[in-house]
Design a protein around this ligand. Sequence first.
Ligand code: ADP
Ligand code: ADP
Length: 218
Amino acid sequence: VPALRFSQVDLTYPDGTVAVRDISLDVASGEFVAIVGPSGCGKSSLLRCASGLIAPTRGSVQVDLSHLGYVFQDSTLLPWRNVQQNVELLAQLRRIPKEERNELARSAIELVGLTGFERHHPRRLSGGMRMRVSLARSLTIDPRVFLFDEPFGALDEITRERLNDELLSVFQSKRFAALFVTHSIYEAVYLATRVVVMSSRPGRIVAEHVVPFSYPRT
Ligand code: ADP
Ligand code: ADP
């Protein structure tokens, strides 16, 4: 079984808007799938179905929610908690003992390159660094599936490129199943092993493209 499976998923909002229509898609561990398509074509809605935030109107989503990570553009960090405390949040909610929690956070913080910033509060960090904190927070739960909704969309291009490289190196060491929504075909092709194109109205997949082995992914 793939780490994430959408089977004939429809999502219609209560006001009648059809956001997702008949989507079947598998994402295996070690696969990085990018979803591209025009604004309003249902990309975020599809991710919300995967995250368990909304139940599909029809069809099903199979995913292990206890090992699901996500970074969305508006992923909120708790402003009154420092980096260390933000990264520990999920482990704390799971009642993981303090020692173990500290260690999980330490290694996640190291992986995203924020060692030394543990005591900083989010407001003192740049946008790029805040995204790294969100990424680290999800890494503490040993994600099998990782959802990204335009995570770097609000950042300048240079920061965005650097974060893309950092994300790829995290992906290469953890080998989760990644589903990454972006407007940018460039970003999709750079990051993904497979690109899925959605079309607006009515939220269908209209094309799929396996990216040739062009980036050092081993
Ligand atoms: P994308 O992420 O590709 O921009 P969305 O998934 O956000 O697309 O939106 C898909 C469609 O669903 C759009 O027509 C949008 O206006 C509509 N939509 C999104 N959220 C809601 C909601 N909560 N209620 C009703 N319609 C919504
Ligand atoms: P932005 O997203 O605002 O463009 P960056 O994430 O690139 O910002 O970081 C902004 C500043 O913080 C840069 O000057 C960068 O050198 C510094 N910085 C970012 N990450 C680290 C880090 N891991 N160690 C030291 N400095 C860092």
